[in-house]
Design a protein around this ligand. Sequence first.
Ligand SMILES: Cc1ncc(COP(=O)(O)O)c(C=O)c1O
Length: 422
Amino acid sequence: MWNNAKDRMLRERATEVIPGGMYGHQSVALMPEDTPQFFIKAEGTRITDVDGNVYIDFMCAYGPNLLGYNHPDVMRAVSDQQSRIDASTGPSPLIVDLAEAMVSMISHADWAMFCKNGSDATMMALMIARAYRGKRKVLVARKAYHGSMPWSTPRPAGVVDEDRAHVIYFDYGDPQSLKDAVVSADGDLAGIFATPYRHDVFADQSMPDREYAQVARDLADEHDALLIVDDVRAGFRVTRDCTWESIGVRPDLSAWGKVLGNGQPISALMGNNRARDAASQIYATGSYWFAAVPMAAALETLRIIRETKYLEDMHRIGKAFRDGLNAQAKDIGIGVRCTGPETLPMLQFEDDPDFRVCYGFCRAAMKRGVYLSPYHNMFTNAAMTETDIAQTLEATGAAFEEIKSNRASLQPSTKVMAMTGS
Ligand SMILES: Cc1ncc(COP(=O)(O)O)c(C=O)c1O
């Protein structure tokens, strides 16, 4: 029987010693009531919370779990490397092997730099774009997430206007808005940040339009600025290359993270020869950026990406999940919208302005052992099987029944409404 007694106790303790009880994207403040905050085990497709409840995990650590938690080949590479060298006085030869492997896989790229988190990679992209011609303005799509640094964090606390003085916003997917933003850069354009597809929170996801992507490329060329694709979230879940390669538009820089080490801490910035000099001029580093163990994990993850049909399997399984949800919703007469790539599915409900139905649904699924998000795109992984999807759909089928029968008692998600301004 599901219970969360230990989780509640830990939350109380956390409130005393961790600001706000928890911070950042893994805080459950925006998740449905009772969503567990603390976990003690992750294996394959499953996570176990501190009370021992097991979930099929459709958040995948918010992305890093690509091949299954504790993938045996990746973990073998980790333990082999651990016995030799990890963080040390200089990088291991693996940094060259890994740069070569990434350069051979990412078509637009001639070089690689490694760091820890996606925010490090996007920050380096920003610095390189400015170092490139000494210009200042960067264009960023409204509501697009590029990490938690002051220039991009979604919350205003601790950010001063000067941190964003040279950021100009445009509407994602709208060529005219992009052109207008370039005009307002007034000859001072350093770079254009592009999200590979629109994956904002609380919003339908939409795939990039080739024309829009080409306009971004042309504008960058015309103004001798750098085009940056932020593949931190979508990388290797859409293609085995930079995501925009599939629509035939090549950036100068692309930012990578999350999946790269299948859960081991490593991210990357990839770039072309145009950006090489600027990249060699910036000073960006960190005590753990050169550690060898995550690089060993990344090399093994990349080998699996190249040599197996993990991506095709993920698309098939993701489609089964999406088709199943759509069929259940239709049968029961509840309107849903499933958007985004099948490997990064987003679920929203029709006629749900205060999110009560979506939150009620995810809570009901959670109590039946399926961890979903009501506001963020979800993630599938290559360890998921047809059996996992059948078990998932059993839980979601019951969750649909539950929200249909108790719709009148579902509570509006006031915290969410306050945050989204709904
Ligand atoms: C598109 C995108 N860029 C950058 C980041 C920042 O990555 P990290 O949280 O590893 O710093 C994220 C994280 O979710 C992301 O989705």
